[in-house]
Design a protein around this ligand. Sequence first.
Ligand code: IPM
Ligand code: MG
Length: 370
Amino acid sequence: MTKFNICVIPGDGIGPEVTASACEVLKAVGEKSGHEFVFSEVIAGGCAIDQFDDPLPSASLECAKNSDAVLLGAVGGPKWDGLPGKKRPEAALLGLRKELGLYANLRLAVLFPELKSASPLRDDIVKDGVDIMIVRELTGGIYFGERGIGPSEGTLEDGTPKGIEAFDVERYSEAEIERILKVGFTIAMQRRKRLIVVDKANILETSRLWRKVTEKIAPSYPEVSYEFMYVDNASMQLLRQASKMDVIVTSNMFGDILSDEAGMITGSIGMLPSASLGDPGKPGMYEPVHGSAPDIAGKGIANPLATILSSAMMLRSSLGLADEATKVENAVRSVLAQGYRTMDISLSSEDKILGTKEMTDKVIEAYLQD
Ligand code: IPM
Ligand code: MG
């Protein structure tokens, strides 16, 4: 029996409801597999701003650093939208990523066969399914670069004073690029062995460095066929031929944008899990791709499946329990196959609509029967 310390950060909005569901599932996994999960709950995000005037209190960060893995719900909401950058709930996310060294963000966009008609794309485009892994660099680039705002002395061509000017810097080092590309190639090896490196190399110096580093390390992965694609084209190809795409590896900002697009293609953002990983042996962080959905918070109707699937990723990638991970994923599929849906993924009047708790119970029931 192994004891695993899980740091749980429920966060804001529907975060507390969906993390509670995933913890219930993990408890069932513990009971069935003979392992023990010890949950330590801490606060971060908007609720931490309200309580401590700090989106990421140091005790919360310490708990995360000392855990085997972190389960995060979601942070943010309209209540905190007016606050300056460093005081916003999102600063908790960026802080956790940076402090835990979580440079690789894995976002899976899968079109579940049971939910095929949820995709906004035409049937003939998605008939072969969609299963794309987006590997997003998470601790570098423009989200962490130098930034500033201040009055400018300059003028436009016609003499109009520029007024206030702001800037954000995109900066990437060879080492940062190399480690994320290695994650991309390694994951491609475990999947369909096709990798797309997305960039804007026709404009950006950083992108040209990404290409150079790709060419340097690609020979170590001879089985992976890779190609470069400009981000504007990639956003188009996602709509045109999502079925053909396997693994995308890209910078922080491009990955942020494309992963939302890919999530939308599946039609069920409430289903999509993610993992943020650093060096082996360090705690990873697992969270649903959807946000805090403040409009439905506290109503008991949030879809817990993305967080449950995130906990499956945790079992596989941080806790070495791949078999249990697969069983949890199968349980989710089996519940969908039985026609159970939360409201956000319901497509037909024949669906059996469940709330957060009932859906969680169904998944646990299916898991225990496996
Ligand atoms: C995401 C979100 C975050 C990001 C925000 C909330 C900071 O959009 O996880 O994709 O941009 O990384
Ligand atoms: Mg985003």
